[in-house]
Design a protein around this ligand. Structure first.
Ligand SMILES: [Zn+2]
Length: 564
């Protein structure tokens, strides 16, 4: 048989969580057709010896709804092995929409997701009405695969107009909204999302419409998915509350659809919360219903120097020195007696935002060449290299460099002990990239490359096979992406091919490639060599190839042509 493409000699990590093995992968018509020792010829062969061949990663939490129109690759997603994105999270979607409501919808995107207004005004081509029209508009124009959730904010705006941000809905309006959700699911939407975040407002200061929905409205809209037996439900219920688990349980039970709930992450200021969260979903699963948490692999880093930081303001002696002039500060930090007080401050066991964990504070930049050897190491590691205790090593290094050393501290996440438990939990989904949102504040396309570089290779908290499973098949099965997420015969040839010894994200950098002359942050990676979508290479060593093999991903109700 002649294939379109053969990948020779790679290590297949197939997404199921099973141990990896060496195999050629043969591809024809966008699908994987043979695995193992492939003897046939092919139009093209790529030697991938020494590299891992994994299913392409599926980023389930994005806000790429608009960007895919001007950037069919949803960059920088493919640069990190991502082959499919799911949009429409947190209640925000660009459909359904009535003509004239475009600006009302943009107001939420601009404020909640911090997208530059000029980019949206220039880049969104509008003209659709139903959710199905929106998806059809993208079919055939995509480099990456894309599927979407229908957002509560859009549905509410459609039925209530501007009163959507003013009042609760009537029973009749709830029925009309429910019908719109049914239509969206029938047209292939991958699910429904809502947003009750107390802080989420539109650009004009009004709450996003979904915040005015009572439980009755929310549950009725979720029921549409239960009745159609399709789609996932993403509930963004706002600032952490243990009460949210009651809503997850209720929705999961009455719809029997998978529910995706709050983020779970180690936070020094609430050090036991993550275990409470993990424990809270167990009874839901035990009863037979699905309510997942999602975690972020990228620690919430803050860089600081002792020239100027608020990191230690919770500790009185530290704070007084940080408010003193430079000379007094340096003398204080060097003085053995003051150091005793600094030490005592940090020994106080009350929870603080600064975690006092020197194994997760890293040296980011140094001034003196002889200190270069500490860059990238933790303060604990540097202290070991210098034969000092942590606090002496930290302060002495800073003092040697006139307090100009840059440190990098993980305010949340970043702790290997909790990450091991969180990542290994089968009820936790990986990925919280928010890609496409906050484009001038952060770029976390590299949640997958961070998982592989930091948590698998460096910290060893997860096996490569487990990590790939979390990035691929787990997501595909929860969101109903049939035929994707595994390296298996008959499955779509969405593949990420990378070097497990080097794969890592790079620091975000500025780019001028957004519409309306706006800027945004992009993120490159190292070690990710090829990203294939439906059998075609869309990204090679970080460069987009120009192919457009992506599909709109639609749910099982659409594929089965269920009567809606
Ligand atoms: Zn979001």
């Amino acid at each position: 048989m002649t294939y379109d493409l053969i990948l020779r000699g790679g290590r297949v990590v197939d997404g199921s969580g099973q141990p990896s093995y060496l195999a050629d992968v043969a591809i024809k018509d966008g699908k994987i057709v043979e695995l193992g020792r492939v003897t046939g010829g092919a139009a093209k062969t790529i030697d991938v010896q020494g590299l891992v061949v994994a299913p392409g990663f599926i980023d389930h939490h994005t806000h790429m709804d608009a960007q895919v129109f001007w950037d069919p690759y949803a960059t920088s997603e493919p640069q990190h092995g991502i082959t499919s994105v799911i949009t429409g999270n947190c209640g925000l979607a660009l459909a359904p929409i009535k003509p004239g409501d475009e600006d009302a919808i943009l107001k939420s995107f601009v404020r909640v997701e911090a997208m530059p207004r000029a980019a949206l005004e220039k880049g969104v081509p509008w003209g659709w009405r139903s959710y199905g029209d929106y998806l059809d508009r993208l079919e055939g124009r995509l480099g990456i695969n894309m599927g979407g959730l229908v957002g509560h904010i859009a549905v509410r705006q459609y039925v209530l107009g501007e009163e959507s941000v003013e009042r609760p809905a009537t029973p009749e309006e709830i029925q009309r909204m429910k019908q719109l959700v049914r239509e969206a699911i029938g047209a292939g939407s991958l699910g429904f999302s809502t947003n009750r975040n107390e802080r989420h407002m539109r650009e004009d200061g009004k709450p996003v419409g979904s915040r005015l929905a009572n439980d009755d409205e929310l549950l009725s809209l979720c029921d549409a998915l239960g009745e159609l037996n399709a789609g996932a439900i993403q509930l963004a219920l706002g600032q952490y509350s243990s009460k949210h688990f009651e809503m997850y349980e209720q929705v999961a039970r009455r719809t029997q659809r998978p529910v995706i709930g709050q983020g779970v992450m180690y936070r020094p200021a609430a050090p036991t919360r993550w275990t409470e969260q993990l424990n809270a979903v167990v009874p839901i699963f035990r009863a037979g219903y699905r309510a997942y948490l999602r975690t972020h692999t990228v620690p919430n880093y803050r860089t600081f120097t002792l020239e100027n930081t608020q990191a230690f303001d919770e500790f009185p002696t530290w704070k007084s020195l940080m408010f003193a002039d430079m000379d007094t500060r340096k003398k204080g930090l060097a003085d053995p007696e003051t150091r005793q007080k600094l030490r005592a401050d940090l020994a106080d066991p009350r929870p603080t935002t600064f975690h006092r964990r020197w194994d997760i504070v890293r040296i980011d930049k140094v001034v003196k060449p002889e200190n270069q050897k500490y860059v990238g190491k933790s303060v604990a590691k540097m202290a070991e290299m210098r034969g000092q205790d942590n606090i002496d090593a930290f302060l002495d290094l800073a003092l040697e460099e006139d307090l100009a050393t840059t440190f990098k501290n993980a305010n949340a996440g970043g702790d290997p002990d909790s990450m091991r438990v969180i990542l290994q939990n089968p009820h936790v989904l990986v990925g919280n990239s928010d890609a496409g949102a906050h484009v001038q504040y952060n770029a976390e396309f590299g949640y997958g490359t961070t998982l592989l570089g930091l948590w698998v290779r460096e910290q060893g908290v997860l096996s490569l096979e487990q990590a790939i499973h979390k990035l691929t098949f787990q997501v595909a099965s929860i969101y109903g992406l049939e035929g994707r997420g595994l390296v298996k015969s008959g499955y779509a040839a969405d593949l990420a091919i990378f070097d497990p010894e080097t794969v890592n994200p790079c620091e975000p950098e500025w780019a001028d490639d957004y519409p309306g002359g706006t800027k945004r942050l992009i993120q490159r990676s190292v070690g990710m060599h090829y990203t294939l979508v439906n059998g075609r290479v869309i990204c090679e060593d970080g460069k987009i190839t120009g192919e457009l093999p992506g599909h709109v991903l639609r749910n099982s109700a659409y594929r089965g042509h269920a009567a809606i």
